[in-house]
Design a protein around this ligand. Structure first.
Ligand SMILES: [Mg+2]
Length: 231
């Protein structure tokens, strides 16, 4: 990954899930993929399984446990790896950016601001989301860092440092993310400006405000669009 010594502007790095889009939309889309396969390969008894998994998601339960139990009940637990694979590799239908994200990315792009994504997750899953959302129009392929591909996650500085190494002359680095449990410690240690976005209702990971200043964001944004006021 070649370094760009000529870029002197800001670099805005985004988390993916529940920052650029609503993770629950992706989950629901995956539940429908699972239901379709079960309806065609097992039978009508699985009609409505997607809605059932969605209810468990809303209650913050483990929807794959429920699926496993339903399959065990009919002696088809062997289908579990296939269905989980379907879920993780599916290209979500009609995945939309969260409110305010598209105009923000358009505005940053028009100002020539470099953007990047640092996300924890499986390569196939995260790549499929990025493709479905059309984020590759805004973010250079070398600026997309996914934990399964890089071999390290947000608990260490490596994935963030890769972005710094790529833009060694940049003015400031921002990390925009939603989860105070794990998103902000490393960029804080690197001296980045960390910004938390929160959507009103049912984030997949419940709202949590870190008490440790090391884990707290520099700023809690009223809306993701307000990022434009900073840059
Ligand atoms: Mg997130």
């Amino acid at each position: 990954m070649a370094a760009d010594f000529n870029y002197h502007g800001d670099v805005v790095v985004f988390d993916l899930d529940d920052t650029l889009f609503r993770e629950r939309d992706y989950c629901r889309s995956g539940f429908r993929v699972i239901e379709r396969r079960l309806l065609s390969e097992v039978g009508e008894s699985f009609a409505g399984i997607a809605a059932g998994m969605d209810r468990i998601l809303t209650a913050r339960g483990n929807y794959f446990d429920m699926l496993q139990q339903r399959l065990e009940a009919i002696g088809r637990a062997d289908m579990m790896p296939l269905l989980v694979g379907d879920y993780r590799s599916h290209i979500a239908e009609n995945l939309q950016m969260a409110e305010g994200v598209a105009p923000l990315l358009d505005a940053l792009a028009s100002r020539g601001v470099v953007m990047a994504i640092v996300t924890d997750g499986r390569s196939s899953t995260q790549r499929a989301k990025i493709k479905s959302l059309g984020l590759d129009r805004y973010v250079h392929p070398d600026n997309i860092v996914i934990s399964e591909e890089s071999g390290s996650d947000k608990s260490v500085a490596d994935n963030f440092s890769r972005i710094v190494d790529r833009y060694p002359e940049a003015r400031r680095f921002y990390y925009v993310a939603d989860n105070e449990r794990k998103d902000f410690m490393m960029p804080n240690l690197l001296g980045w400006i960390t910004c938390r976005v929160a959507y009103d209702d049912d984030n997949v990971h419940p709202d949590f405000q870190a008490e440790d200043p090391l884990c707290s964001p520099s700023l809690r944004l009223q809306s993701i669009a307000s990022l434009l006021d900073l840059i």
